[in-house]
Design a protein around this ligand. Structure first.
Ligand SMILES: Nc1ncnc2c1ncn2[C@@H]1O[C@H](COP(=O)(O)OP(=O)(O)OP(=O)(O)O)[C@@H](O)[C@H]1O
Length: 662
């Protein structure tokens, strides 16, 4: 290839690049004019960076000016034009001009940033130029080593420029990509959390907690490595491509030999990747199982620390799970290691082949060209190792990405949009809201093929009434409660509020609930706490926990209380929520006899007086006469529905009224 050809190629490439940059720059300028970008004060560090960048650009200009000196016998541009082709000067000018345009573009987007700006063009260019400057470094070293002292001093300028640019590009690209990757993780995490929060309970119930933790945390952490991997892959690939070109110029056969070996490595990788995918999928499943055990260990810490035999057996199980996880990881990582070793060894073999075979194959090869080969190959080992170790990371990321998406689709994102804005659509008021279940059916289908059916249920719950749901263990009371509150959707039948059909996902809006396995948040969510302090203070006193807890800034001072006390706080929250329906699942089971009586004979009637419809699951037959309606369940069916003549027969209401007046 003649010097003229090279100059024309350089001119066309850099010219197109300069034009493309101008297009992007005009977009940025328009955004600045339209106030879609605003100036960001740069501070002292910014001024220092700006001055350094000016020094670098001046150095680059000087480097361009000194190019003729590289060619030895033609030390100035004027002599070079007499000797060389006419395209040389336009090529050099285009090259430098495109650099200057890109520099100005970089300054614009740095000083007039846009929120969440990705600027792929900027990042891509910087990475490519970074890779190219890396190749220039080895080029400079090679020339300097194989040349005279005069060559050494000439190359030092270009070596310094290439190294400086490499450092700058790495810092800028890494900084930007790290924030892009973390923003991406943040968005994905929040999307998952949103999907989780809006997904129907019956779907969430079926997902193992280990899978939830690993999707939200572990898999996300793996993906967050994507910025680093992307940068190293990009820079290493560009460096390698530059090395290939340089090698091709030195000796075409050496390049062919290298390409053959690389094709071999890629084939081995491809052949292995299917197997590796399967292995890593299995690793992740085992990780989820292990996380489930951790959840059990934390949740069951009481039981495990009391009972040593239980703890020993549990340890055996968790050890087995940990061991399976470890063994499968070893299998996967060893397979990756084989391929990495293969790629490293291949390079040593290439170097050996060049040193020991090439002198016989190509008699005309001189020692300095051989040295250049060896230096070049040694230099290439770095990027090749980086690339081969990036492959396992990329495969891991691919698997994590697929698993996260699978998790999200399992949660059923489709249902979200339909139920996004659940509101009290029936104009419900606490003292006039009734609920009706008409021919409601539901059935569980468990993995072992067993099923349990609830229904047909025909029931009505009226405002200012207390209904008790009773029945033996496993008779379907909690399932019915989940249907009433919309946690489960009926497989057949309908639920109406004030005569209006209501979707299951909207039912919860009408309810304050305390299930037997309730969770008490430290913060009181979903309640506007403004001007509620007197009410809160009054209820804390009424619930007899005023000396234990206080509410500050919408949160409890502590939730580290006894189970019964925490239930009282949950009751306070349910009261503050002010919903027309209250559902309590065996609320009084953890209360002392005195407070249990207080609950049935004082607290519930008070809610009733406020017009609320109270539905309570209970085994406390001593208080059945408090109810206006008694529902008895058996084997998932209504065995008896009794309307009680007198709702509250106890005189203790008076005590309550007196308490309130205190
Ligand atoms: N998540 C579930 N998946 C599958 N089947 C379930 C599930 N929960 C409950 N069941 C089945 O439904 C039946 C009724 O359970 P439910 O919790 O409604 O009973 P319950 O009357 O509330 O009992 P208890 O008084 O013990 O709380 C159980 O016997 C069980 O077979």
């Amino acid at each position: 290839m003649s010097l003229d050809d090279i100059a024309i190629i350089v001119m066309s490439l850099t010219g197109s690049f300069g034009l493309a940059t101008l297009v992007y720059m005009s977009k940025v300028l328009t955004q600045i004019i339209n106030k879609k970008r605003s100036y960001r004060s740069i501070g002292r560090r910014g001024i220092a960076s700006f001055l350094l960048s000016v020094i670098f650009m001046t150095g680059l200009g000087f480097g361009m000016y000194r190019i003729p000196y590289l060619l030895g016998h033609h030390p100035s541009w004027s002599q070079l034009t007499e000797w060389g082709p006419p395209s040389l000067i336009p090529a050099a000018i285009t090259l430098y001009a495109s650099m200057v345009i890109f520099y100005v573009y970089s300054l614009l987007i740095a000083y007039f940033p846009q929120q969440n700006e990705k600027s792929w063009f900027y990042l891509g260019t910087l990475s490519i130029l970074g890779g190219a400057s890396n190749t220039l470094i080895i080029f400079c070293i090679n020339i300097a080593i194989s040349g005279s002292r005069a060559e050494l001093s000439k190359m030092f300028l270009y070596f310094t420029l290439a190294l400086t640019f490499y450092i700058i590009s790495q810092v800028l690209v890494r900084k930007k990509l790290i924030s892009i990757a973390n923003e991406l993780i943040y968005t994905k995490r929040m999307t998952m959390i949103d999907i989780f929060l809006r997904s129907p309970y019956n779907k969430l119930e079926k997902i193992e907690s280990g899978r939830i933790y690993s999707s939200l945390n572990n898999e996300m952490e793996i993906i967050s490595e994507f910025a680093n991997t992307l940068i190293t892959v990009l820079t290493s690939s560009i460096t390698l491509i530059g090395c290939f070109v340089y090698l091709g110029v030195l000796n075409l056969y050496a390049l062919l030999l290298l390409l053959c070996v690389l094709v071999l490595i890629v084939l081995v990788y491809q052949q292995q990747s299917g197997k590796l995918d399967a292995i890593w999928e299995k690793v992740r499943d085992l990780q989820n199982t292990f996380l489930d055990y951790i959840q059990d260990m934390v949740g069951g810490s009481k039981e495990l620390s009391i009972n040593k035999k239980k703890s020993k057996q549990f340890r055996g199980d968790i050890e087995a799970s940990c061991n399976d996880y470890m063994e499968q990881r070893i299998v996967g990582e060893v397979k990756f290691a084989y391929v990495t070793i293969l790629s490293e060894i291949s390079f040593i073999i290439i170097i050996g082949a060049v040193v020991f075979l090439f002198p016989y194959l190509f008699k005309s090869l001189d020692i300095s060209t051989m040295q250049s080969f060896v230096y070049l190959f040694l230099f290439m080992i770095g990027p090749i190792t980086v690339l081969s170790s990036a492959v396992p990371n990329m495969m891991q990321m691919k698997i994590s990405w697929q698993r996260i998406n699978q998790f999200m689709s399992d949660l059923g994102s489709l249902q979200i949009s339909q139920t996004d804005s659940a509101k009290l659509t029936t104009g419900a008021q606490p003292n006039q809201t009734s609920l009706e279940l008409i021919d409601v059916h539901f059935n569980y289908t468990s993995d072992n093929g067993e099923s349990f059916m609830v229904g047909p249920i025909n029931l009505r719950f009226n405002p200012s009434e207390i209904s008790f749901i009773t029945g033996g263990n496993g008779s379907g009371k909690s399932t019915l409660a989940k249907l009433i509150t919309g946690l489960y959707s009926p497989t057949k039948g309908e639920i109406r509020i004030n005569g209006n059909l209501v979707e299951s996902m909207q039912l919860g809006e009408y309810f304050s609930t305390i299930f037997s396995d309730f969770y008490l948040f430290k913060r009181i969510y979903g309640v506007d706490m403004k001007q509620k302090s007197p009410l809160v203070a009054h209820y804390l006193k009424l619930l007899r926990i005023e000396d234990k807890v206080e509410v500050k800034d919408g949160a409890f001072s502590t939730v580290k209380l006894s189970t019964g006390q925490r239930k009282r706080l949950a009751f306070l929250v349910s009261y503050l929520e002010g919903k027309p329906f209250c559902l309590y699942d065996e609320w009084a089971a953890d209360q002392d006899p005195e407070f249990r009586q207080y609950f049935y004979e004082v607290l519930l009637p008070e809610l009733k007086k406020e017009g609320k419809c109270i539905i309570a699951i209970t085994h406390d037959d001593a208080y059945y006469d408090v109810a206006d309606q008694l529902v008895k369940m058996e084997f998932g069916k209504l065995q008896k529905v009794e309307r009680c003549k007198v709702g509250i027969s106890r005189a203790n209401q008076l005590i309550f009224s007196n308490n309130l007046n205190e």
